[in-house]
Design a protein around this ligand. Sequence first.
Ligand code: GUN
Length: 284
Amino acid sequence: MAQIIDGKKISTQIKDEVKEQVAALKQKGIDVTLAVIQIGKDPASTVYVGNKKKACEYVGIRSLAYELPEETTEEKLLELIRELNDRTDVNGILVQLPLPEHIDEQAVIHAISPLKDVDAFHPVNVGKIMIGDYDFLPCTPAGIMELIASTGVDISGKQCVVIGRSNIVGKPMAMLLLQKNGTVTICHSRTKNLKELAASADILVVAIGKPKFVTADMVKEGAIVIDVGINRMEDGKLCGDVDFDSVEPKAGYITPVPGGVGPMTIAMLMKNTLHAAKLQHNLA
Ligand code: GUN
């Protein structure tokens, strides 16, 4: 039987710490502010953006919501980002991904000031992570590091396998595990012996976007299993990339879906926004 890693509880602890510090900044006359931009009405994005706004309310961060129509041009979006970059009362800027096809995602990411880039997607921030000297960590991998830390298991020397190589999760995740002296393997759709590699992992992070992809035969006895997947099933229920029911009896620790990684991503966004405000006021 695995211990369930309670992301909801850990994320609340983090948000409560942020809340205290946001209130302390307010005492100094600083109203921590996050601008959240959504283009179009992708239902999943609407849910995520809604959760981000709710979290802002909880911790006392002011959120500015920009909900723009699907047909918004790239130039209009870049203009808005430039305006937000220049505003001293805006500390963080988040553009919800994915963007409509006619907008160049990289151009948008490049346009956000690295000092306000609370997603840590800008190449300057990505590069800083690579050399281990960073201001911001991308929210999902940073949240996963907190979840692993909560187990008390030392990453150093462990076999760490990351399934998925996205810029948002897989790649930075691998880098953070490496910085903690894990021996890291990244698996992806072209990996030939994925099952064996996964089964060799002491720490397995799954971010592949395929419901119940990881089954018990792909998990080592006692492993830490982190499930980044959020898949909506036909019956409307959410399920992860890990087949929880079969893997849970074998794993040492496992994150549930929902209530595992998801809430951590948002808590780390709050932490990054607070940090951005501190950086901009020379308080970090
Ligand atoms: N879309 C899915 N995950 C994320 C995220 O962490 N940040 C942004 N901006 N968009 C996303």
